[in-house]
Design a protein around this ligand. Structure first.
Ligand code: SAM
Length: 321
C-alpha cells in the first residue's frame, strides 16, 4: 500500500470518531506530496501514522490544525526522525483487561498470567481494576473500590464474573519492555494516547500507579525465543494463561505461525485479542458479520476458538451466541 493510502485509511478507519486531530493530520499528510516524501525516506515499518504523530507530539508539536502542524513538523523533522527511528508503537491499553476478565472467569483460579508483547505490562492487572459491564452491578476488587473503572458495553451472553480473579504470578515479554519507574518511558506511553482521549490518559495514569506498587516481571526479547523459558517459571499450582493483544500484526507470517504452534503446546490456556484481519491465524472459527464494517474491531479467542468481537481499547464486547 502507498503511504498516502495508509494515511487515508488511518484517517477514515481508525481516527474518525476517535480523534479529530489525528483524522485531520492523516488526511492532510495523505494529500501533501512533500510530507509523503519525507515519510517515505523512513524504513517501511516506521511510516505508520501512529508512530509519526506520537513522535511529533513527543518532540513538542502540539495538537492543532493541520497547517500549523505541518509547519512545526517540518521544522522539527530531524528530531522527529530520530524519535521515530528509536521508538516503537507500544501503546499499552489497560482497558483491555475488561476483555480478558470474562474469559478468566471460566477457568480455575488462581492464575499465572503471561503476556507476550506486554509493553509496560499494564494488562497484567485484571484483578486490580473496577469494572462496569453495561448496566450490570459494578465489580470492584475485594479490598474496596478500585481507583479506576473500566467500562465495557456488552452484547450477547458475555460471561461476566461475580468477583475478580486471584492472580499469583504476572510476567511479560517484550522486544522493548517499558519500565513503569522510568518517567521517559511513561511519557512515551502517554504520548501514544491520541490527543482528545483524556479518559484513556487518566486510565493509563491510574494503571501505571497500580503497576508501580507491584511491578511485573518483564523479560526483554522476542516472544518466540523466550516464551517457553518464561512459561516454565510459572508456579505449577496456578492456571497458566498466555495472552496477547495488538501484537501479532508486528510479526512476520512465519513468526505468527511459530507462536500459534507454541501457544497451543503450552500447558494452561491461551487468550488472543487481535485485530479482525488476523483472526484466521488464531482461530478457524467462521465469524458472524461484524456489526459495523467501517469500525476497527478486535477478535477475542480462547484456545484457538473465537468467542467475541471486542472494541480495540476494551470498550465493548459482542459475545457470539
Ligand atoms: C501495540 S503494543 C500492545 C501492548 C499490550 N499488549 C496492550 O494490549 O496494551 C505491541 C507490543 O508488542 C511488542 N512486540 C512486537 N513484536 C514483538 C516480538 N516479536 N516479541 C516481543 N514483543 C513484541 C511491541 O514492542 C509492543 O510493546
Amino acid at each position: 500500500m502507498q503511504t498516502a493510502d495508509i494515511y487515508r485509511r488511518f484517517a477514515s478507519f481508525e481516527a474518525r470518531g476517535e480523534s479529530l486531530c489525528y483524522e485531520e493530520w492523516a488526511e492532510g499528510v495523505a494529500s501533501d506530496a512533500d510530507l509523503l516524501t519525507l515519510i517515505d525516506e523512513l524504513p517501511v515499518w516506521k511510516r505508520q501514522p501512529n508512530l509519526v504523530f506520537a513522535a511529533a507530539r513527543y518532540a513538542g508539536v502540539s495538537a492543532q490544525p493541520f497547517d500549523e502542524f505541518r509547519t512545526e513538523l517540518v521544522a522539527a523533522w530531524p528530531e522527529v526522525t530520530e524519535l521515530i527511528l528509536t521508538k516503537r508503537t507500544q501503546t499499552n491499553e489497560p482497558g483491555r483487561c475488561a476483555v480478558l476478565l470474562p474469559l478468566l472467569s471460566e477457568l480455575p483460579q488462581p492464575f499465572a498470567l503471561l503476556e507476550v508483547g506486554a509493553s509496560a505490562g499494564l494488562c497484567l492487572y485484571p484483578d486490580k481494576f473496577s469494572y462496569q459491564y453495561g448496566d450490570l452491578p459494578r465489580l470492584d476488587p475485594a479490598r474496596g473500590p478500585g481507583t479506576t473503572v473500566l467500562s465495557c458495553a456488552i452484547e450477547g451472553p458475555v460471561p461476566v464474573p461475580a468477583t475478580l480473579p486471584e492472580v499469583v504470578w504476572r510476567a511479560g515479554i517484550d522486544l522493548n519492555p517499558l519500565d513503569v519507574s522510568q518517567s521517559e518511558d511513561m511519557r512515551w506511553l502517554e504520548t501514544l494516547v491520541w490527543p482528545e482521549q483524556d479518559s484513556r490518559r487518566q486510565r493509563l495514569t491510574a494503571a501505571i500507579d497500580i503497576a508501580r506498587t507491584d511491578p511485573p516481571q518483564l523479560v526483554s526479547g522476542d516472544l518466540n525465543e523466550t516464551i517457553e523459558t518464561l512459561a516454565s517459571q510459572a508456579p505449577s499450582d496456578a492456571t497458566l494463561v498466555v495472552f496477547h493483544s495488538a501484537v501479532l500484526a508486528y510479526l512476520s507470517a512465519d513468526a505468527r505461525a511459530q507462536f500459534v504452534a507454541t501457544a497451543k503446546s503450552l500447558r494452561g490456556h491461551w487468550i488472543s485479542n487481535e485485530g479482525l484481519p488476523l483472526a484466521p491465524i488464531v482461530s478457524p472459527t467462521v465469524l458472524p458479520p461484524p456489526p459495523d464494517p467501517t469500525k476497527a474491531l478486535f477478535v477475542l479467542a480462547k484456545d484457538g476458538k473465537a468467542v467475541a468481537y471486542a472494541g480495540p481499547h476494551g470498550q465493548s464486547l459482542l459475545w457470539f451466541g
